[in-house]
Design a protein around this ligand. Structure first.
Ligand code: PEP
Ligand code: MN
Length: 406
C-alpha cells in the first residue's frame, strides 16, 4: 500500500483499536504540512513505537520461505500489499538447511531487491531471518524492519548471545522462534538474552518441535509449551507459524484456527506466487489468493466469550490434551490394523485372551501409579481394546477367536 503525498491512507488492519483514525489522520496532516513523505507505517511507529504488540486483531505476517528472484519478490509484495490484513512481509534471505546441497538463500543481492520493494511499498514492513551477526548488520544497512531468530539458532545459547550483541541498539524488532527441541527453558533463555540486549520490540513465534514422533506434522506442535510460555510471559506477543508446524498446505487453515482459538497474537504464514515451483518448503506454501481466502475463513473468538483468563487457559489446556489423546488413539488404531495384517498372514486368531489379560494388568498397574480410578481405566481400556479388535477385523478375516471379543 504505497502512501504518497496528498492521499489520506486507509486504516490498515494491524493497527490496534487504541489508535483512532482521527489520531492517524492528525499525524498525517501534520506531516503533510511539513511536506513529509513519511508513510503510514512510520506514523504508526511514531504513535505506537512498536511493530509487535498485543491487540484484539491478530497480526498477520506472510511471504515466501525464500526469496528466489526479483520477479518472485515483487509479485508477492504487490499481492500482499493490496491486502490490508497483512501487517508485514516475511522473506528468507539466508536459509538454514538441515542437510547440505539445498538452496541456501541469495544473501545480499536479495536484500537489494528488498530495499527496492520497500521504496515501492513503504507501508509494508519486511522481516527476514538472521543467524549470524553479519546478517544483522546487513539487515540494518538495507532498512529491514524486523528479524527473526530461527529454530536451529534459538537452540544455541552461544549463537543467540552473539546475535543479541549484534542486535543491541540496532533498532530492529525481533522475533524468537521456538528452538527445535521441546525445551521451554531454551526458548525463554533465548528471549531473555535478546531482551537483555535492550530489545523491547519483541515477539515469540511457535513453529513446532522435532520429536521422535511428530504425529503427522512436520514439527510436533506440543501446544502446551507455547501456552506455558504465554502464561509466564503474558506481555510478550505470541505468533504461530502454521506453515512450519504442518509442513503441508492443507494443514495451514486448521492450525491457524487452532492458534486463534488459543488467543495467539498473530500468524506467520509462508506464501509464494507459485508454491509448487518454490525452491524451499514448496509443499507448505500457499498463494496470496489462497491466503486471502483462508484469512476470510478464520473465526475470531473474543476473550469475553471464553471467560476469565485462568479458566480460559485451563480450558485451552484441556482442549489441547483432548486433541492429543485422539491423535494418539488414531496412531494406536493404525498399529492395530498393521497387527491385524500380520495375524492374517500367520493365520493367527484376532482375539488372544492371554494377551488381553496382559494389556489389562499393565493398564491397572499404570492406573495405580498415576493415581487414576481403576474402574474408570478398566472401562476405558475395554473400550479401546474393543475398537482395536474391530479395526483388526477389517484387515484380518474372521477367526474362531471372534466370539470372545467384548
Ligand atoms: C523459515 O521460517 O523459513 C524457517 C527456516 O523457519 P524455522 O526456523 O522455523 O525452521
Ligand atoms: Mn520455510
Amino acid at each position: 500500500m504505497p502512501c504518497g503525498k496528498g492521499t489520506v491512507p486507509s486504516r490498515p488492519a494491524y493497527l490496534p483499536d487504541s489508535v483512532s483514525l482521527a489520531q492517524i489522520v492528525a499525524v498525517f496532516v501534520v506531516q503533510q504540512r511539513k511536506k513529509s513523505y513519511l508513510c503510514l507505517f512510520k506514523q504508526r511507529q511514531q504513535t505506537m513505537g512498536k511493530l509487535f504488540s498485543i491487540s484484539d486483531k491478530p497480526m498477520v505476517i506472510a511471504g515466501p520461505c525464500s526469496i528466489e528472484s526479483e520477479q518472485q519478490l515483487s509479485e508477492t509484495a504487490a499481492s500482499l500489499s493490496r491486502d490490508s490484513r497483512i501487517a508485514m512481509m516475511r522473506c528468507g534471505v539466508w536459509k538454514p538447511r538441515t542437510r547440505p546441497g539445498g538452496f541456501e538463500g541469495l544473501g545480499e543481492p536479495a536484500l537489494r531487491w528488498i530495499a527496492a520493494v520497500k521504496r515501492l511499498y513503504p507501508a509494508l514492513p519486511i522481516c527476514c531471518e538472521v543467524a549470524r551477526p553479519e546478517h544483522v548488520e546487513l539487515c540494518q544497512q538495507y532498512g529491514i524492519d524486523a528479524v527473526w531468530i530461527g529454530a536451529r539458532t534459538s537452540v544455541n545459547p552461544f549463537l543467540v548471545g552473539e546475535l543479541a550483541e549484534a542486535l543491541r541498539g540496532s533498532g530492529l524488532a525481533v522475533m524468537v522462534k521456538n528452538p527445535i527441541t521441546p525445551d521451554i527453558s531454551l526458548w525463554l533463555g533465548a528471549i531473555e538474552r535478546i531482551e537483555q540486549a535492550g530489545i523491547d520490540d519483541l515477539a515469540a513465534v511457535h513453529r513446532g518441535f522435532s520429536t521422535y514422533n511428530n504425529f503427522g506434522y512436520r514439527n510436533n506442535p506440543l501446544w502446551e509449551i507455547p501456552i506455558e510460555l504465554k502464561r509466564r510471559l503474558p506481555e510478550l506477543p505470541l505468533l504461530c507459524d502454521p506453515s512450519h508446524i504442518g509442513g503441508r498446505r492443507e494443514l495451514v487453515a486448521s492450525l491457524s484456527q487452532m492458534a486463534l482459538d488459543l488467543h495467539y497474537d498473530g500468524l506467520m504464514i509462508e506464501c509464494h506466487p507459485d508454491p509448487d515451483s518454490a525452491l524451499t518448503d514448496s509443499q507448505q506454501q500457499i498463494t496470496p489468493a489462497e491466503l486471502a481466502a483462508m484469512l476470510d475463513s478464520l473465526k475470531l473468538r473474543s476473550h469475553s466469550e471464553t471467560g476469565p483468563g485462568d479458566l480460559r487457559r485451563m480450558r485451552e489446556q484441556l482442549d489441547v490434551i483432548d486433541t492429543e489423546m485422539l491423535r494418539l488413539l488414531a496412531q494406536r488404531m493404525k498399529i492395530s490394523r498393521d497387527i491385524g495384517a500380520i495375524k492374517r498372514a500367520h493365520n493367527m486368531p484376532i482375539f488372544q485372551p492371554q494377551r488381553w489379560q496382559q494389556v489389562l494388568e499393565h493398564q491397572m498397574q499404570a492406573a495405580r501409579e498415576v493415581g487414576l480410578d481403576e474402574e474408570f481405566v478398566r472401562e476405558l481400556t475395554e473400550k479401546i481394546h474393543g475398537e482395536s479388535l474391530r479395526q483388526q477385523e477389517q484387515t484380518a478375516p474372521q477367526t474362531s477367536g471372534k466370539q470372545a471379543q467384548k
